[in-house]
Design a protein around this ligand. Structure first.
Ligand code: NAD
Ligand code: UD1
Length: 359
Protein backbone atom coordinates (compact mmCIF):
# COMPACT_ATOMS: atom_id res chain seq x y z
CA UNK A 1 0.00 0.00 0.00
CA UNK A 2 1.51 3.28 -1.10
CA UNK A 3 1.20 6.88 -0.15
CA UNK A 4 0.98 8.86 -3.38
CA UNK A 5 1.27 12.57 -4.13
CA UNK A 6 -0.76 13.31 -7.25
CA UNK A 7 -0.05 16.66 -8.91
CA UNK A 8 -2.92 17.87 -11.10
CA UNK A 9 -5.13 15.23 -9.49
CA UNK A 10 -8.32 17.31 -9.77
CA UNK A 11 -8.11 17.31 -13.58
CA UNK A 12 -9.54 14.93 -16.14
CA UNK A 13 -7.02 12.08 -16.10
CA UNK A 14 -5.84 12.83 -12.56
CA UNK A 15 -9.30 12.46 -11.02
CA UNK A 16 -9.85 9.07 -12.67
CA UNK A 17 -6.40 7.97 -11.49
CA UNK A 18 -7.07 9.16 -7.91
CA UNK A 19 -10.21 7.01 -7.89
CA UNK A 20 -8.29 3.93 -9.05
CA UNK A 21 -5.56 4.60 -6.45
CA UNK A 22 -8.09 4.93 -3.63
CA UNK A 23 -9.96 1.83 -4.77
CA UNK A 24 -6.70 -0.11 -4.78
CA UNK A 25 -6.10 0.90 -1.14
CA UNK A 26 -3.47 3.61 -1.65
CA UNK A 27 -3.43 6.90 0.26
CA UNK A 28 -3.71 9.96 -1.94
CA UNK A 29 -2.74 13.61 -1.53
CA UNK A 30 -3.58 15.87 -4.46
CA UNK A 31 -1.60 19.04 -5.19
CA UNK A 32 -3.54 21.17 -7.67
CA UNK A 33 -3.89 24.91 -8.22
CA UNK A 34 -7.32 24.31 -9.82
CA UNK A 35 -6.42 26.47 -12.84
CA UNK A 36 -8.23 24.02 -15.13
CA UNK A 37 -10.38 22.01 -12.72
CA UNK A 38 -12.61 22.22 -9.68
CA UNK A 39 -12.74 20.60 -6.26
CA UNK A 40 -16.05 19.06 -7.24
CA UNK A 41 -14.26 16.32 -9.19
CA UNK A 42 -12.44 15.24 -6.03
CA UNK A 43 -15.61 15.35 -3.91
CA UNK A 44 -17.11 12.90 -6.37
CA UNK A 45 -13.99 10.74 -6.45
CA UNK A 46 -14.16 10.40 -2.67
CA UNK A 47 -17.84 9.56 -2.71
CA UNK A 48 -17.30 6.89 -5.40
CA UNK A 49 -14.35 5.41 -3.50
CA UNK A 50 -15.99 5.67 -0.10
CA UNK A 51 -12.64 6.96 1.15
CA UNK A 52 -11.09 10.36 1.71
CA UNK A 53 -8.08 11.96 0.08
CA UNK A 54 -6.25 15.17 0.95
CA UNK A 55 -6.33 18.17 -1.34
CA UNK A 56 -3.62 20.80 -1.10
CA UNK A 57 -4.54 23.77 -3.25
CA UNK A 58 -1.24 25.09 -4.54
CA UNK A 59 1.18 25.34 -7.41
CA UNK A 60 3.94 22.94 -8.40
CA UNK A 61 6.16 26.00 -8.95
CA UNK A 62 5.96 26.84 -5.24
CA UNK A 63 9.17 25.22 -3.99
CA UNK A 64 8.59 26.04 -0.31
CA UNK A 65 5.16 24.45 -0.44
CA UNK A 66 6.58 21.31 -2.07
CA UNK A 67 9.34 21.18 0.50
CA UNK A 68 6.82 21.32 3.35
CA UNK A 69 4.60 18.72 1.69
CA UNK A 70 7.41 16.28 1.04
CA UNK A 71 9.00 16.81 4.45
CA UNK A 72 8.96 13.55 6.37
CA UNK A 73 8.85 15.45 9.69
CA UNK A 74 11.85 13.73 11.18
CA UNK A 75 10.56 10.22 10.48
CA UNK A 76 12.87 7.78 8.69
CA UNK A 77 10.14 7.09 6.14
CA UNK A 78 9.65 9.62 3.35
CA UNK A 79 6.28 11.44 3.43
CA UNK A 80 5.33 9.86 0.09
CA UNK A 81 6.33 6.66 -1.68
CA UNK A 82 5.70 8.05 -5.14
CA UNK A 83 4.58 11.06 -7.14
CA UNK A 84 2.18 10.84 -10.06
CA UNK A 85 2.69 14.05 -12.02
CA UNK A 86 -0.21 15.27 -14.15
CA UNK A 87 -0.05 19.01 -13.43
CA UNK A 88 0.50 21.10 -16.53
CA UNK A 89 -1.11 23.10 -19.29
CA UNK A 90 -2.25 21.11 -22.33
CA UNK A 91 -3.87 23.24 -25.05
CA UNK A 92 -1.80 23.16 -28.22
CA UNK A 93 -3.21 26.38 -29.76
CA UNK A 94 -2.79 28.30 -26.51
CA UNK A 95 0.81 27.09 -26.28
CA UNK A 96 1.56 28.66 -29.67
CA UNK A 97 0.10 31.97 -28.50
CA UNK A 98 1.67 31.85 -25.01
CA UNK A 99 4.82 29.71 -25.21
CA UNK A 100 6.37 31.16 -22.07
CA UNK A 101 3.35 30.21 -19.97
CA UNK A 102 3.82 26.61 -21.15
CA UNK A 103 7.55 26.47 -20.49
CA UNK A 104 7.05 28.13 -17.12
CA UNK A 105 4.22 25.90 -15.95
CA UNK A 106 5.21 22.59 -17.49
CA UNK A 107 9.01 22.69 -17.61
CA UNK A 108 9.92 24.94 -14.67
CA UNK A 109 7.09 23.41 -12.61
CA UNK A 110 8.57 19.97 -13.20
CA UNK A 111 12.09 21.16 -12.32
CA UNK A 112 10.73 22.54 -9.06
CA UNK A 113 8.93 19.29 -8.28
CA UNK A 114 12.00 17.17 -9.07
CA UNK A 115 14.25 19.33 -6.89
CA UNK A 116 11.90 18.97 -3.95
CA UNK A 117 11.60 15.21 -4.55
CA UNK A 118 15.38 14.81 -4.72
CA UNK A 119 15.81 16.76 -1.49
CA UNK A 120 13.22 14.59 0.27
CA UNK A 121 14.59 11.36 -1.28
CA UNK A 122 11.23 10.57 -2.89
CA UNK A 123 12.46 9.01 -6.11
CA UNK A 124 9.52 7.25 -7.73
CA UNK A 125 7.79 9.35 -10.39
CA UNK A 126 5.17 8.66 -13.03
CA UNK A 127 5.01 11.42 -15.64
CA UNK A 128 2.25 12.27 -18.16
CA UNK A 129 3.93 12.43 -21.51
CA UNK A 130 2.05 12.35 -24.78
CA UNK A 131 2.01 10.81 -28.25
CA UNK A 132 2.60 14.37 -29.39
CA UNK A 133 6.34 13.66 -28.84
CA UNK A 134 6.26 11.53 -32.02
CA UNK A 135 5.46 14.62 -34.14
CA UNK A 136 4.46 13.50 -37.64
CA UNK A 137 5.37 9.79 -37.51
CA UNK A 138 6.91 8.18 -40.59
CA UNK A 139 4.62 5.15 -40.17
CA UNK A 140 2.02 3.60 -37.88
CA UNK A 141 1.70 1.87 -35.47
CA UNK A 142 4.17 3.91 -33.43
CA UNK A 143 6.71 2.18 -31.20
CA UNK A 144 8.56 3.81 -28.34
CA UNK A 145 11.90 3.98 -30.18
CA UNK A 146 10.46 6.09 -33.03
CA UNK A 147 12.16 9.48 -33.48
CA UNK A 148 10.70 12.33 -31.47
CA UNK A 149 10.01 15.90 -32.51
CA UNK A 150 7.83 18.83 -31.54
CA UNK A 151 5.66 21.00 -33.74
CA UNK A 152 4.42 23.36 -31.01
CA UNK A 153 5.49 24.66 -27.56
CA UNK A 154 3.21 22.19 -25.73
CA UNK A 155 4.93 19.29 -27.49
CA UNK A 156 8.33 20.91 -26.91
CA UNK A 157 7.59 21.10 -23.17
CA UNK A 158 6.88 17.35 -23.09
CA UNK A 159 10.10 16.61 -25.01
CA UNK A 160 12.14 18.78 -22.64
CA UNK A 161 10.67 17.08 -19.58
CA UNK A 162 11.27 13.62 -21.06
CA UNK A 163 14.91 14.58 -21.68
CA UNK A 164 15.27 16.09 -18.22
CA UNK A 165 13.98 12.89 -16.65
CA UNK A 166 16.46 10.83 -18.63
CA UNK A 167 19.35 13.07 -17.56
CA UNK A 168 18.20 12.90 -13.96
CA UNK A 169 18.07 9.10 -14.11
CA UNK A 170 21.55 8.95 -15.65
CA UNK A 171 22.92 11.20 -12.91
CA UNK A 172 21.37 9.05 -10.18
CA UNK A 173 20.22 5.60 -11.33
CA UNK A 174 18.33 4.97 -8.09
CA UNK A 175 15.44 7.04 -9.48
CA UNK A 176 12.47 5.02 -10.74
CA UNK A 177 10.76 6.98 -13.46
CA UNK A 178 7.87 6.14 -15.76
CA UNK A 179 7.35 8.27 -18.85
CA UNK A 180 3.88 7.35 -20.06
CA UNK A 181 3.01 8.48 -23.57
CA UNK A 182 -0.76 8.77 -23.74
CA UNK A 183 -2.52 8.54 -27.07
CA UNK A 184 -6.04 10.13 -27.13
CA UNK A 185 -7.76 9.85 -23.74
CA UNK A 186 -11.57 9.98 -23.99
CA UNK A 187 -14.67 8.81 -22.14
CA UNK A 188 -15.58 9.03 -18.49
CA UNK A 189 -16.08 6.88 -15.43
CA UNK A 190 -18.99 4.46 -15.95
CA UNK A 191 -20.88 6.06 -13.03
CA UNK A 192 -21.26 9.28 -15.05
CA UNK A 193 -20.01 11.21 -12.00
CA UNK A 194 -16.54 12.17 -13.20
CA UNK A 195 -15.44 13.06 -16.71
CA UNK A 196 -13.84 15.66 -18.94
CA UNK A 197 -14.92 19.25 -18.31
CA UNK A 198 -13.45 21.50 -21.01
CA UNK A 199 -13.71 25.26 -20.48
CA UNK A 200 -15.28 26.98 -23.49
CA UNK A 201 -15.39 25.33 -26.91
CA UNK A 202 -13.61 21.97 -26.78
CA UNK A 203 -10.48 21.59 -28.91
CA UNK A 204 -10.65 17.83 -28.92
CA UNK A 205 -12.95 15.66 -30.98
CA UNK A 206 -14.90 13.55 -28.47
CA UNK A 207 -16.04 16.38 -26.16
CA UNK A 208 -17.02 18.40 -29.22
CA UNK A 209 -19.07 15.52 -30.67
CA UNK A 210 -20.70 15.03 -27.31
CA UNK A 211 -21.72 18.71 -27.10
CA UNK A 212 -23.16 18.55 -30.63
CA UNK A 213 -25.11 15.42 -29.66
CA UNK A 214 -26.71 17.17 -26.69
CA UNK A 215 -27.52 20.26 -28.74
CA UNK A 216 -25.07 22.71 -27.16
CA UNK A 217 -23.28 23.08 -30.51
CA UNK A 218 -24.85 22.97 -33.93
CA UNK A 219 -22.51 21.00 -36.09
CA UNK A 220 -19.17 19.21 -35.93
CA UNK A 221 -16.49 20.47 -38.24
CA UNK A 222 -14.49 17.52 -39.53
CA UNK A 223 -10.98 18.85 -40.09
CA UNK A 224 -9.90 17.41 -43.44
CA UNK A 225 -11.49 14.79 -45.67
CA UNK A 226 -8.50 14.28 -47.94
CA UNK A 227 -5.99 12.50 -45.69
CA UNK A 228 -4.39 9.29 -46.99
CA UNK A 229 -6.60 7.23 -44.66
CA UNK A 230 -9.40 4.75 -45.52
CA UNK A 231 -12.19 7.39 -45.40
CA UNK A 232 -10.01 10.51 -45.81
CA UNK A 233 -10.44 11.71 -42.19
CA UNK A 234 -7.78 11.74 -39.46
CA UNK A 235 -7.07 8.49 -37.64
CA UNK A 236 -6.26 8.37 -33.90
CA UNK A 237 -5.88 5.88 -31.06
CA UNK A 238 -8.70 6.72 -28.63
CA UNK A 239 -8.18 5.21 -25.19
CA UNK A 240 -10.74 5.04 -22.39
CA UNK A 241 -9.65 7.27 -19.49
CA UNK A 242 -10.29 4.47 -16.97
CA UNK A 243 -7.95 2.15 -18.88
CA UNK A 244 -5.43 4.97 -18.91
CA UNK A 245 -5.82 5.48 -15.15
CA UNK A 246 -5.24 1.77 -14.60
CA UNK A 247 -2.06 2.09 -16.69
CA UNK A 248 -0.69 4.45 -14.02
CA UNK A 249 -1.28 1.87 -11.30
CA UNK A 250 0.46 -0.75 -13.42
CA UNK A 251 3.43 1.60 -13.89
CA UNK A 252 3.57 2.38 -10.16
CA UNK A 253 3.46 -1.33 -9.37
CA UNK A 254 6.29 -2.05 -11.77
CA UNK A 255 8.44 0.81 -10.48
CA UNK A 256 7.82 -0.10 -6.83
CA UNK A 257 8.74 -3.72 -7.42
CA UNK A 258 12.23 -2.96 -8.70
CA UNK A 259 14.92 -4.43 -6.44
CA UNK A 260 15.92 -2.25 -3.50
CA UNK A 261 18.62 0.25 -4.46
CA UNK A 262 18.07 -0.20 -8.19
CA UNK A 263 16.36 2.30 -10.41
CA UNK A 264 14.38 2.14 -13.60
CA UNK A 265 13.50 4.40 -16.51
CA UNK A 266 10.35 3.14 -18.20
CA UNK A 267 9.06 4.74 -21.39
CA UNK A 268 5.81 3.26 -22.65
CA UNK A 269 2.95 4.03 -24.98
CA UNK A 270 -0.50 3.88 -23.43
CA UNK A 271 -2.87 3.30 -26.31
CA UNK A 272 -5.12 0.57 -27.67
CA UNK A 273 -3.22 -0.05 -30.90
CA UNK A 274 -6.43 0.53 -32.89
CA UNK A 275 -6.73 3.43 -35.31
CA UNK A 276 -10.18 5.05 -35.53
CA UNK A 277 -11.13 7.74 -38.05
CA UNK A 278 -13.15 10.84 -37.23
CA UNK A 279 -16.14 9.48 -39.16
CA UNK A 280 -15.89 6.09 -37.41
CA UNK A 281 -15.95 7.86 -34.07
CA UNK A 282 -18.96 9.92 -35.12
CA UNK A 283 -20.82 6.72 -36.15
CA UNK A 284 -19.95 5.00 -32.88
CA UNK A 285 -21.15 8.03 -30.91
CA UNK A 286 -24.42 8.11 -32.87
CA UNK A 287 -24.99 4.49 -31.87
CA UNK A 288 -24.29 5.30 -28.22
CA UNK A 289 -26.57 8.32 -28.00
CA UNK A 290 -29.25 7.30 -30.50
CA UNK A 291 -29.08 10.69 -32.24
CA UNK A 292 -27.76 11.96 -35.54
CA UNK A 293 -24.61 14.10 -35.26
CA UNK A 294 -24.60 16.75 -37.97
CA UNK A 295 -21.14 17.33 -39.43
CA UNK A 296 -19.46 19.17 -42.25
CA UNK A 297 -16.05 18.41 -43.72
CA UNK A 298 -13.83 21.52 -43.71
CA UNK A 299 -10.15 22.27 -44.31
CA UNK A 300 -7.46 20.40 -42.39
CA UNK A 301 -6.47 21.84 -38.99
CA UNK A 302 -2.89 23.15 -39.17
CA UNK A 303 -0.47 20.89 -37.32
CA UNK A 304 -2.68 17.77 -37.52
CA UNK A 305 -1.21 14.50 -38.72
CA UNK A 306 -3.04 11.95 -40.90
CA UNK A 307 -2.73 8.94 -38.62
CA UNK A 308 -1.38 8.33 -35.14
CA UNK A 309 -1.83 5.07 -33.25
CA UNK A 310 0.27 3.08 -30.86
CA UNK A 311 2.09 -0.15 -30.90
CA UNK A 312 0.95 -0.99 -27.34
CA UNK A 313 3.04 -4.16 -27.03
CA UNK A 314 5.71 -2.84 -24.65
CA UNK A 315 3.16 -1.79 -22.01
CA UNK A 316 1.77 -5.32 -22.05
CA UNK A 317 5.22 -6.89 -21.73
CA UNK A 318 6.66 -4.52 -19.11
CA UNK A 319 3.58 -3.54 -17.12
CA UNK A 320 1.19 -6.42 -17.79
CA UNK A 321 -1.29 -3.73 -18.85
CA UNK A 322 -3.50 -3.48 -21.87
CA UNK A 323 -6.59 -1.43 -22.64
CA UNK A 324 -9.83 -3.36 -22.08
CA UNK A 325 -12.59 -0.93 -23.05
CA UNK A 326 -14.00 -0.66 -26.58
CA UNK A 327 -14.85 2.38 -28.65
CA UNK A 328 -18.53 1.67 -27.87
CA UNK A 329 -17.71 1.84 -24.12
CA UNK A 330 -15.81 5.12 -24.60
CA UNK A 331 -18.80 6.68 -26.41
CA UNK A 332 -21.43 5.30 -24.01
CA UNK A 333 -19.52 6.56 -20.96
CA UNK A 334 -18.78 9.98 -22.52
CA UNK A 335 -22.48 10.31 -23.36
CA UNK A 336 -23.64 9.32 -19.86
CA UNK A 337 -21.30 11.94 -18.37
CA UNK A 338 -22.58 14.58 -20.83
CA UNK A 339 -26.25 13.85 -20.11
CA UNK A 340 -25.80 13.77 -16.34
CA UNK A 341 -23.57 16.87 -16.29
CA UNK A 342 -24.55 19.17 -19.16
CA UNK A 343 -22.57 22.02 -17.55
CA UNK A 344 -19.69 19.82 -16.41
CA UNK A 345 -18.82 20.40 -12.77
CA UNK A 346 -20.29 23.89 -12.81
CA UNK A 347 -23.46 24.05 -10.77
CA UNK A 348 -26.45 25.01 -12.86
CA UNK A 349 -27.61 28.28 -11.29
CA UNK A 350 -31.28 28.49 -10.50
CA UNK A 351 -32.87 31.12 -12.73
CA UNK A 352 -33.84 34.27 -10.81
CA UNK A 353 -37.58 34.49 -10.10
CA UNK A 354 -39.46 36.53 -12.66
CA UNK A 355 -40.31 40.09 -11.53
CA UNK A 356 -43.13 40.26 -14.05
CA UNK A 357 -41.47 43.29 -15.67
CA UNK A 358 -41.72 43.54 -19.45
CA UNK A 359 -38.85 44.69 -21.70
P1 NAD B 1 -6.35 18.75 -17.01
O1 NAD B 1 -6.14 20.16 -17.40
O2 NAD B 1 -7.73 18.25 -16.84
O3 NAD B 1 -5.53 18.43 -15.65
C1 NAD B 1 -4.35 19.10 -15.32
C2 NAD B 1 -4.47 19.55 -13.87
O4 NAD B 1 -3.27 20.20 -13.48
C3 NAD B 1 -5.62 20.54 -13.65
O5 NAD B 1 -6.39 20.12 -12.55
C4 NAD B 1 -4.90 21.86 -13.36
O6 NAD B 1 -5.66 22.66 -12.47
C5 NAD B 1 -3.61 21.37 -12.74
N1 NAD B 1 -2.46 22.29 -12.89
C6 NAD B 1 -2.02 22.89 -14.02
N2 NAD B 1 -0.93 23.62 -13.77
C7 NAD B 1 -0.66 23.47 -12.43
C8 NAD B 1 0.33 23.96 -11.57
N3 NAD B 1 1.28 24.79 -12.01
N4 NAD B 1 0.32 23.60 -10.28
C9 NAD B 1 -0.65 22.78 -9.80
N5 NAD B 1 -1.63 22.27 -10.58
C10 NAD B 1 -1.65 22.63 -11.88
O7 NAD B 1 -5.56 17.85 -18.07
P2 NAD B 1 -5.57 16.27 -18.29
O8 NAD B 1 -6.23 16.02 -19.58
O9 NAD B 1 -6.04 15.57 -17.08
O10 NAD B 1 -4.01 16.04 -18.51
C11 NAD B 1 -3.15 15.64 -17.46
C12 NAD B 1 -1.73 15.53 -17.99
O11 NAD B 1 -1.71 14.60 -19.08
C13 NAD B 1 -1.18 16.85 -18.55
O12 NAD B 1 0.19 16.92 -18.20
C14 NAD B 1 -1.33 16.69 -20.04
O13 NAD B 1 -0.36 17.42 -20.75
C15 NAD B 1 -1.12 15.19 -20.21
N6 NAD B 1 -1.76 14.66 -21.42
C16 NAD B 1 -3.09 14.86 -21.61
C17 NAD B 1 -3.70 14.38 -22.77
C18 NAD B 1 -5.17 14.60 -23.01
O14 NAD B 1 -5.61 14.45 -24.14
N7 NAD B 1 -5.98 14.93 -22.02
C19 NAD B 1 -2.93 13.68 -23.71
C20 NAD B 1 -1.58 13.48 -23.48
C21 NAD B 1 -0.99 13.98 -22.31
C1 UD1 C 1 -4.60 16.94 -29.94
C2 UD1 C 1 -3.32 17.73 -29.87
C3 UD1 C 1 -2.25 16.83 -29.23
C4 UD1 C 1 -2.71 16.36 -27.86
C5 UD1 C 1 -4.05 15.62 -28.05
C6 UD1 C 1 -4.64 15.15 -26.76
C7 UD1 C 1 -3.42 19.27 -31.75
C8 UD1 C 1 -2.85 19.63 -33.08
N1 UD1 C 1 -2.93 18.14 -31.21
O1 UD1 C 1 -4.35 15.79 -30.69
O2 UD1 C 1 -1.05 17.55 -29.09
O3 UD1 C 1 -1.75 15.49 -27.30
O4 UD1 C 1 -4.99 16.52 -28.66
O5 UD1 C 1 -5.05 16.25 -25.98
O6 UD1 C 1 -4.23 19.99 -31.20
N2 UD1 C 1 -11.08 16.82 -35.17
C9 UD1 C 1 -12.11 17.25 -35.97
N3 UD1 C 1 -12.96 18.20 -35.49
C10 UD1 C 1 -12.83 18.75 -34.23
C11 UD1 C 1 -11.77 18.29 -33.41
C12 UD1 C 1 -10.90 17.34 -33.92
O7 UD1 C 1 -12.26 16.79 -37.09
O8 UD1 C 1 -13.62 19.64 -33.86
C13 UD1 C 1 -10.19 15.75 -35.66
C14 UD1 C 1 -8.72 16.11 -35.73
O9 UD1 C 1 -8.42 16.69 -36.97
C15 UD1 C 1 -8.07 14.75 -35.51
C16 UD1 C 1 -9.04 14.01 -34.59
O10 UD1 C 1 -10.29 14.68 -34.75
O11 UD1 C 1 -7.99 14.05 -36.72
C17 UD1 C 1 -8.65 14.05 -33.13
O12 UD1 C 1 -8.43 15.39 -32.74
P1 UD1 C 1 -8.14 15.81 -31.22
O13 UD1 C 1 -9.16 15.19 -30.35
O14 UD1 C 1 -7.99 17.30 -31.18
O15 UD1 C 1 -6.76 15.10 -30.89
P2 UD1 C 1 -5.36 15.17 -31.68
O16 UD1 C 1 -5.41 16.06 -32.85
O17 UD1 C 1 -4.91 13.78 -31.90
Amino acid sequence: MANALVTGGAGYIGSHTCLELLQAGHSVTVLDNLCNSSQESLKRVQSLAGRALDLVQGDIRDFDLLRRLLDSRGSKQPAFDAVVHFAGLKAVGESVAQPLAYFDNNVLGTVCLLRAMAEAAVKILVFSSSATVYGDPASVPISEEFPRSATNPYGASKLMIEDMLEDLYRSDPTWRIGRLRYFNPVGAHASGLIGEDPQGAPNNLMPYVSQVAIGQRECLQVFGGDYPTPDGTGVRDYIHVVDLAKGHLAALRSLSQAEAGTGQLLTVNLGTGVGVSVLQLVKAFEQACGRVIPYRVVARRPGDVAACYANPHLAKTLLGWQAQRSLADMCADAWRWQVQNPQGYRLVSTPAPSTGATQ
